[in-house]
Design a binder for this molecule. Structure first.
Ligand code: NAD
Length: 478
């Protein structure tokens, strides 16, 4: 039997308990797994390792290419980076697959036939982690949606749906507001979806889509989401399916893959043999499928379902009248191991699937014709929009022309509404006359003149057209 060496991290909080339980179950599955343990998380953060991981640990990950990771505690506030995000991004783990399915009638849920696969983009969006404070009042986080990023996750989601016999693929974005970023995600969804005519397809604005998911999840099948919405909604989906403690999470890249639970380190439950290891175990089943150990994966899935069907439940899913035995983490693992080779009667089909697509290869695209047509200069200013506009109009800006000034996106000059609340961060939009070609040098010259007039320019954004299409949004009220 093929031997697989995998890197294991036991993490923080409930991590070590649930990981020990899962490793015992996986070892009993018949798969030939060898574990290489690395230390990550809180201990390292406290020792001053701001990344939460030591250089040697990267070597193990590069060697084994498979990471089985218990949750870690990410200290809040400044100074340290989230290790989860760092690992996902360093290794390009672009796809996050989170199945959320009901275990009714054995685990309480309002949605007995719910079976949703959340396909979450895992590297981009607001998780680029590019944040800046620009003025006394204003903090900014950059939201990045890229065409290759959107194409990869959306194609992966459609392929996953096709290979696993799914019927419908939904996409949630907020493209009525974020027309360029979320607009691109939606557009790519429509483009790639056209290649999968056998699958029903729909797009929802994320607010109403979320409401529908929370109220009627049984109408959804596979949902493809940008990073932040996927992060939030996979917790919602797991919780309404039964418990956040039940869902596993696969993070897939072209070289490496990481498997975990969707929940965190639940520090208040740590060290009490209370936590449900199911989420991490489902991550382990995904890992066995990824390792092409389909039979072992199936044995674990069925034994786990049998234990749940037999009413052996941890505190989070225990319910008087349904559950038979309230057990701790260790005893739950024992119950699964004792049922290895058995199958449940009712729950047999829950959580089936797990055929993993290969990482999509992107088709090359011709580079668009890109032209600079203007620039947004952001200035730190406290004396209100009228004084700012009046002072700016006497600054020599040729060949640019000041088109408008906005505050938090709303036009405040010329002809701003007196009611608009302003902070100390103004965007001054300068445009070039039609037909005049802009250049970075022209922008630098304008910036210099504005700065020499005494303005504190905190940021610039070039305004480009791509094949004639504007690559920037209008000001609200423009
Ligand atoms: P959490 O998911 O750790 O816990 C929230 C609550 O859910 C717990 O109080 C508990 O009631 C319940 N719960 C979670 N897992 C459970 C399980 N296995 N069995 C039974 N009940 C369970 O969320 P949090 O409290 O917001 O975060 C705690 C820490 O975890 C934070 O430091 C956060 O940054 C980190 N976190 C890590 C990961 C990860 O490592 N992938 C993911 C999310 C959060």
């Amino acid at each position: 039997m093929t031997q697989h060496t995998i890197t294991v991290a036991k993490g923080d909080g409930i991590g070590p308990e649930i990981m020990d339980a899962c490793l015992r179950v996986l070892s009993a599955s018949g798969a030939n797994l060898v574990y290489e343990e690395i230390e990550i998380g809180e201990k390292l953060y406290n020792a001053g390792v701001s990344s939460g991981i030591r250089p040697e640990a990267w070597d193990s990950l590069r060697k084994t290419k498979v990471f089985y990771k218990a949750p870690i505690t990410t200290p809040q506030g400044g100074g340290v980076k989230s290790l989860n995000v760092t690992v996902r991004k360093t290794f390009g783990l672009f796809a996050n697959i989170r199945p959320c399915f009901s275990l009714a009638p054995y685990v309480d849920t309002r949605f007995p036939t719910m079976d949703v696969i959340i396909v979450r983009e895992n590297e981009e969006d607001l998780y680029a982690g590019i944040e800046h404070r620009q003025t006394a009042d204003v903090y900014q986080c950059l939201k990045l949606i890229t065409r290759p990023g959107a194409e990869r996750i959306i194609r992966y989601g459609f392929e996953f749906a096709r290979l696993n016999g799914r019927k419908k693929v939904s996409c949630f974005t907020k493209d009525n507001i974020m027309k360029l970023t979320d607009g691109l995600f939606h557009k790519v969804f429509d483009e790639i979806g056209a290649e999968y005519p056998e699958l029903e397809q729909e797009h929802w604005i994320v607010d109403i889509g979320s409401a529908k998911l929370a109220d009627n999840p049984e109408q959804f099948d596979v949902i493809i989401l940008p990073n932040l919405y996927g992060d939030i909604l996979s917790d919602v989906a797991a919780e309404i399916a039964g418990s956040v403690g039940l869902a596993g999470s696969a993070n897939i890249g072209s070289e490496l893959a990481m498997f975990e639970a969707i929940h965190g380190s639940a520090p208040r439950r740590a060290g009490q043999n209370l936590a449900n290891p199911s989420g991490l175990l489902m991550g382990g089943v995904q890992m066995l499928q990824h390792l092409k150990e389909a039979e072992a994966a199936e044995r674990v899935r069925l034994a786990w379902l049998k234990a749940i069907e037999d009413g052996v439940h941890t505190y989070d899913i225990y319910k008087e009248g349904v559950s038979k035995e309230r057990v701790g983490t260790k005893e739950f693992a024992d119950a699964i191991i004792a049922r290895m080779g058995e199958a449940p009667a009712i729950l047999k089909s829950r959580g089936q699937g797990g055929v993993w697509p290969s990482v999509p290869v992107l088709k090359p695209r011709p580079a668009p014709r890109k032209e600079l047509v203007g620039v947004d200069l952001f200035v730190d200013w406290v004396d209100g929009p009228k004084a700012l506009g009046d002072k700016l109009t006497v600054v020599m800006a040729e060949p640019f022309k000041l088109a408008m000034v906005t505050n938090r996106g709303v036009k405040v000059y010329p002809d701003g509404a007196p009611e608009t609340f302003c902070v100390d961060h103004y965007r001054c939009r300068y445009l070039l006359p039609t037909g005049l070609k802009g250049s970075p040098a022209l922008v630098a010259e304008l910036m210099m003149r504005v700065a020499q007039a005494g303005f504190d320019v905190v940021k610039t954004e070039g305004l480009y057209t791509f094949d004639g299409e504007p690559g920037f949004s209008l000001g609200q009220g423009q």
